[in-house]
Structure formats: C-alpha cells, structure tokens
Design a protein around this ligand. Structure first.
Ligand SMILES: Cc1ncc(COP(=O)(O)O)c(C=O)c1O
Length: 363
C-alpha cells in the first residue's frame, strides 16, 4: 500500500461517510427497481424523434439555458419563462438549490424520512447539517416534528408523491409549515405527479419561498436527463448563476421539445396504461397473505410483508426469475417493505407467475 498522497487531505471531509449512488446495469427480464415508465414509445414516434436527432447540429452548443424548451414549459405551467430553470435531471436542480442557498456558516436541510436519497446526499456533500424527521406509522408527515426541525433551517424538500413510500402527503400540513417558516425555501418535488392527476400543489401552494420541481424522467423520458424548477424569479436568477451553461444537451432539448409539443397525447396514453397497471400490481401484492399495500400515488407500489424473512424470501424468488425490485426494508419505518415499479403488462405477467409459484412453494 502506497502512502496517501498529500492532496488527498483536500478532499471534502463530508465525502468520507458517503457512498457512490451506483446502479449497475444488470440484465433482467423485468426492471422494476428504478421508478421508470417502461412503456415503449410507438415505432412511428421513434421514427419522428430519430428525424429530430438527425437535425441536431452536433458541432454547435445548445442554447445556454435551454430557452426554447423553457418557453414550452412556461406555456404548459402558465408562468413566466424567467421562473424556469432546467437541470440535467432534477438531481442537478437539487444541487443547484443547495449550492445557491446556504449563506449560513452551517446551512440546514430538513427532510422527512424516508424520502428520496439525493436531497440528503447532495446536502452532505456541501457540508449541510441534515435534519431528518421520521414519517408516522401511516407514512404521513410528522407536522409538529417538522415544525421544530425547521427552526433556523435553510431548505426543506417534500417529495409528493414521496419516493420510496408512494404516499401523497397532506397538503394542509405542508401549507401550514410553509406559512410558519418564511425564511425556509420549501421545494415541492412532484416527480411522480403525473400518476396522481389533479393532486398537484402547483396552483394551490403559491408563495415566494416555494419552489415546484418537476422531471421528465418518470414519464417515459428518463434517458434525456431533464428536470426543472419553477421558482420565484429572484431565486431562479440565483440558480442560473450556479448552473453551468449548456447543462442540458441539445439532443435532449430537441427530443423533449418534440415530445411536449407533438406527442403529449402519446405520452399521456403511456402514463394512463401505467396507472391502470398499477391497480393490477397493487391487487396482486394485496393477495399475499399478511401483506399490506400502501395506497399508491406514483408509478410504483410499496408493500409490507408479514415480516423481514418473508420479504427476503420474496425478493430472492423474484431475483431468481430475473425480476429486479427495490428492497427498502432497511429504511426507517419500512421494515419488511419492498418497492415494485409498475412495469409493462408483460412484466406484470412475469411477476404474477413468479409470485404465484413462490406462494405455492410455501413462501
Ligand atoms: C422524488 C424524486 N425526485 C427526483 C428524482 C430524480 O429524478 P431525475 O431523473 O429528474 O434526476 C427522483 C428519482 O428517482 C425521485 O424519486
């Protein structure tokens, strides 16, 4: 073993306790572990998108802030284009927010727990104090606990629907916290809102300390890596100072533009199919003796089995059949819980057959 080189001392100490967010590309017959929308785009749409890509001028930079896509998004959301900031996935938007805010010597992130891991991860990278407030047993927000944690905080993320629980948190609790803590920026992350139609807080929760965050990833476009914030103009301006120019590729911008302006109906059908398949999956999981299915509001379903041994046995049986699901049993409040992405009808046939065989074999 060689001695540690002196520059290693310059690596942020906050990285020492963090692991790399790595999702290895394993082959599988059903990939239900990443909350994607796996419905295939129709061949005719793929042919049109290929034409869009063919016209991309590879030698030229894209618009530095993705202006033409932001204009389409501003029209969809009925807001000023200056309020929209694009990120390379909403993962980047999370980092932009945490970087632009944080004027305090030790800025503070507040999140419910469990929730999407990148809020805490990116905050820890930047040296934030992270205050996590556990959900209650119904996987709803602990309003009083959050109220206490938010004193002196910088930023708070509410994923609604939440990942990995799939639950839709009480809007009144969120609205009360937002009003009670005007110095905290609240980010309402609606990554999965397409699967909970009519439940968006975008027009309900309007305040200068509220940012609405969206992504195209969960709606059949994960490969593009496009997420965005809709923020108060002054905060959007600050985010733009942090954001690297040209942070979203022209290929992604052009495909997203074409989908949103020409193929939104096709996308809506894909989302509707997934929402219908979610009902089938939830029913399948509810038939497992001793299982509890949490009311799903996203494109995945969270199930609690009778005990951790049953959860492990089921995950192993699924893995042997090359079905990937997410074991979330180690997270607070989620003992014996497993998260299943909805999958296509064909993938669900495979899940159904595998679960039936597992149950017949005595689980
Ligand atoms: C709640 C939530 N927000 C944001 C993201 C990140 O999405 P993106 O692909 O836009 O980076 C995810 C990804 O799983 C998520 O679950």
């Amino acid at each position: 073993m060689t001695d540690a080189p002196p520059w290693l001392a310059s690596v942020r100490p906050s990285l020492a306790g963090l692991s790399v967010y790595d999702v290895p590309r394993v082959s599988a017959r059903a990939r239900l572990h990443a909350n994607e929308n796996p419905e295939p785009w129709p061949d005719a749409v793929m042919a049109e998108l290929a034409e869009v890509v063919r016209r991309v001028e590879l030698g030229r930079y894209p618009d530095s802030s993705g202006r033409e896509l932001r204009e389409v998004l501003a029209a969809i959301h009925g807001c000023d284009v200056g309020r929209i900031v694009l990120g390379n996935g909403s993962d980047e938007v999370i980092s932009l927010l945490l970087t632009a805010l944080g004027a305090q010597a030790r800025p503070v992130l507040v999140t419910p727990a469990p929730t999407f891991v990148m809020y805490g991860h990116s905050a820890r990278v930047l040296g934030y104090e992270v205050r996590e407030v556990e959900l209650d047993d119904a996987l709803q927000l602990d309003g009083p606990g959050l109220d206490r944690a938010l004193v002196g905080a910088t930023i708070c993320f509410f994923a609604r629907p939440n990942n990995p629980t799939g639950t839709l948190w009480d809007a009144d609790v969120i609205a009360r916290l937002v009003a009670a803590h005007p110095a905290v920026v609240f980010v309402i992350d609606e990554a999965y809102i397409a699967y909970a139609p009519g439940r968006s807080l975008e027009s309900v929760l309007v305040a200068d300390n509220v940012v609405h965050m969206r992504t195209l990833s969960k709606n059949g476009l994960a490969a593009l890596r496009i997420g965005y914030a809709i923020a108060d103009g002054r905060l959007a301006h600050a985010l733009d100072k942090v954001r690297h120019p040209y942070n979203v590729s022209q290929t992604s911008i052009a495909i997203a533009h074409a989908v949103l302006t020409r193929f939104a109906d096709v996308q809506a059908q894909m989302i509707a199919r997934t929402t219908a398949n979610r009902g089938r999956l939830a029913g399948m999981l509810a038939r497992i003796p001793g299982a509890h299915v949490f009311d799903p509001a996203a494109n995945f379903v969270l199930v609690r089995l009778a005990d951790p041994t049953a959860a492990r046995s089921m995950i192993d049986a699924l893995r042997r059949a090359e079905i990937l699901v997410k074991d979330v049993g180690h997270l607070p409040k989620l003992a014996a819980c497993v998260r299943f992405g909805v999958g296509t009808a064909g993938e669900l046939d495979l899940v159904e057959a595998t679960l039936d065989a597992w149950l017949r074999a005595g689980a």
